[in-house]
Design a protein around this ligand. Structure first.
Ligand SMILES: [Zn+2]
Length: 328
């Protein structure tokens, strides 16, 4: 009995010290996790659009979380403000905007109401992605919004050019490195990799578009200036009389006449516009009407920056072939 009880008490004491060691270990691990967690908590990046979110994700990797405000299937000029947007902005460590007044109709009041001092325009965590990008359609002379023009500072749809994609990515990587110096090398490495993959993809895209150099298309809004310029096609007219102004019967008639004269057989329509006028133009001129997303998330199959170009180019090449274009 005695021996047995001693054995049992020895066992108990062994168990107790084992438990102590385990408890100590857990505490040590928990402390280590907490330390790593606070040193490497993810930067909370909010972007105005899904395109910027896609690029931020490429360079930020697992060191950031990204939340876009406008969705790719929405007209980025006119986004309905929701209270949840203010909450997102309140918690943002960085805000990336398209700029060139694309978001002027909805974003400034949200930023202001977020009361997040860092992300106010000019603040240390406010990044205008247009600053180094190549901007087209910059108006000459006096800038006026009197006619309702939504592009007074040049074309804000500049992300649809892979060269601009690289510049936007660089600005985001630099800003992330500024906010989180310990991860600067990581962001730089991700940027290099993104730019390399983009250069590779560009070769493929350029090759598929090459047979259609100079082909003319009509688009609903001025969303594809950079895209057309980069891939060698020509946007010869718009369904809108001016950017942001709805179609008018007279303008539509003029456009149809121009399309007949110049044998233009393709109309590109952004997913968020009413297809009524484009479809009528298609019927009157025999042109194909394509729903072409200018943004990541615009339609199914455009979930990242690469897939957006894959999708748009595949669709366009198909239509150009049907239209009898191409030299090969
Ligand atoms: Zn626009």
């Amino acid at each position: 009995m005695h021996r047995s009880s001693t054995r049992s008490s020895t066992r108990r004491s062994t168990q107790r010290s084992f438990r102590l060691i385990v408890t100590g270990l857990i505490a040590t691990i928990a402390l280590a996790v907490a330390t790593v967690g606070s040193a490497q908590s993810k930067l909370n990046v909010v972007t105005a659009t899904e395109d910027l979110a896609a690029i931020a994700r490429e360079v930020g990797g697992d060191r950031i979380t990204v939340e876009p405000i406008a969705r790719g299937y929405q007209d980025p000029h006119f986004v309905e403000a929701k209270p949840s947007f203010i909450l997102k902005l309140q918690k943002a460590d960085l805000l990336v905007v398209v700029g060139r007044e694309l978001e002027i109709g909805w974003l400034p009041p949200l930023i202001q109401q977020s009361r997040n001092a860092k992300i106010q325009p000019g603040g240390p965590a406010y990044l205008d992605a247009s600053l180094h990008a190549r901007i087209l359609d910059v108006p000459q002379g006096t800038i006026t919004r009197a006619l309702g023009d939504v592009h007074p500072l040049g074309n804000p749809h500049y992300w649809l050019d892979p060269d601009n994609g690289k510049l936007i990515a660089k600005d985001i990587a630099d800003k992330l490195g500024e906010l989180r110096p310990a991860d600067r090398a990581y962001f730089q490495m991700r940027l290099d990799d993104f730019q390399k993959r983009l250069t590779e993809a560009e070769k493929r895209w350029t090759a598929s578009m090459a047979p259609f150099k100079g082909a003319k298309v009509v688009t609903y809004h001025q969303s594809f200036s950079n895209f057309a310029d980069h891939f060698g096609i020509v946007v010869a007219g718009y369904v809108e009389p001016r950017p942001g102004i709805p179609p008018s019967p007279q303008h539509t008639l003029d456009l149809e006449n121009q399309m007949k004269q110049q044998n233009i057989k393709i109309v590109l329509v952004e997913p968020y516009f009413d297809a009524k006028t484009p479809n009528a133009i298609g019927r009157d001129t025999g042109a194909q009407v394509l729903v072409m997303p200018p943004s990541v998330g615009g339609v199914k199959g455009t979930e990242d920056y690469f897939k957006l170009f894959d999708y748009d180019i595949a669709q366009l090449v198909d239509a150009l072939k049907k239209a009898g274009g191409g030299t090969r």
